[in-house]
Design a protein. Sequence first.
Length: 254
Amino acid sequence: MNDFRALHIPGNPLLLPNAWEFGIGAFLAAQGFRAVGTTSLGVSAAAGEPDGAPSTRDATIALATRLTRLDVLVTVDIADGFSADPAEVADLAAELAEAGAVGVNLEDGRPDGSLAPVDVQSALVTAVKERAPELFVNARTDTHWAGDHSINEAETRARAYAAAGADGVFAPGLAAPADVERIVAIGLPLNLLFLPGKVTVAGLAELGVARVSLGSLPYRVALAAAAETALAVRDGRDLPLRPPSYADVTALLP
């Protein structure tokens, strides 16, 4: 975890791309990224399951295990832990650590759009840290995803998760400079989601952000690129992107 933690530099944030299958992880590693994350939406969609559903637990572990074969640090999006039982979530974290993962994202958002009670989520964070202390636990609060948008609630939750043992805080949807600075002031590395048209990496760096995640953006762009490629071929237009060759891709595989 120390190598991964060292990449979280306030003012010089780690740009973390997110993968949903081995090939894209290998391609990102080949571009020189020191760390990659997984994306629960991408993993779930690839498995034909709802985002973050318990049924994607095994697929998440399998992908993480494959990615750790690469010369890259791997952090895993485990959504809400795929369980309400702290012991089961802690077991999952331990299994990922054993597989070679260096971190996990653990979120307080729930499938029905609600947020877990602060004490319940804090207990999950503590259980994971006690079971797998070597993992970098990025405690995600979904206040700005759940429609609350209250910086007071986001700060309350971030401070609670810090007290529970979290190594970092993730607040996707947070963008207003004054709000970002309030969470940065808590003292844990702050992770924000890249929001096209709303933030820039340089701007977030100036605010003291330590990590910028791409989340499901690469997966969604890949969907658009796949569809646009098929449409371009159908309509006799140039391809929208220059793809790697067959040999380039096979060279990335074991």
